[in-house]
Design a protein around this ligand. Structure first.
Ligand code: ZN
Length: 166
């Protein structure tokens, strides 16, 4: 049984350099729902970073809560990070297009939109002019991203940012 929803206008494919990504199969306009992750909701103390595909399967959805996707790989596990993304969050588990997306484009979001802690940090080679170089669990604190991703942060991070902004 598939737990997650993926918009039929896109598909997961292997990257030539290894790993997988999600790509548009045709033009997708701004404001369309692309993905909803389904899975099991777990607390931070229930996470096991040594499990297979940990960073592919785990997404933070609230201060102490994470969603763990299905044990069998699903296309929704393949969304990659970009520092110049075309997707943003809708709620805690949804992704939507922030702009028009052309046929063949890879669909990415910025992990700063969802990650409020250090469970998935890495060097970024996304190649965008504004690439941060290193993606960390503190990137959501960058004021330039608050403006760039206004309305597209995961709900719990939007609440954190709202508090700091006041
Ligand atoms: Zn980057």
């Amino acid at each position: 049984m598939t737990l997650s929803y993926l918009n039929p206008k896109c598909e997961a494919r292997e990257h030539a350099e290894g790993g997988c990504g999600v790509f548009a199969k045709r033009f997708i306009p701004k404001g369309e729902l692309i993905s909803l992750w389904g899975g099991t909701i777990v607390r931070r103390d229930e996470l096991d970073p040594s499990m297979p595909r940990f960073t592919q399967r785990v997404l933070q959805i609230d201060e102490d809560l994470f969603i763990l996707t299905a044990e069998d790989p699903e296309p929704n596990d393949c969304f990659n990070h970009s520092c110049e993304p075309n997707l943003g969050f809708s709620g805690q588990i949804g992704l939507m297009t922030m702009r028009d997306v052309q046929d063949g484009e890879e669909l990415c979001f910025d992990y700063a939109m969802s990650d409020g802690g250090p469970y998935d940090e890495f060097e970024c080679f996304c190649g965008s002019p504004g690439c941060r170089g290193k993606v960390t669990g503190n990137d959501w604190k960058l004021p330039q991203l608050w403006k760039k991703y206004d309305g597209y942060f995961s709900t719990y991070l939007a609440r954190r940012i709202e508090k700091i902004r006041k």
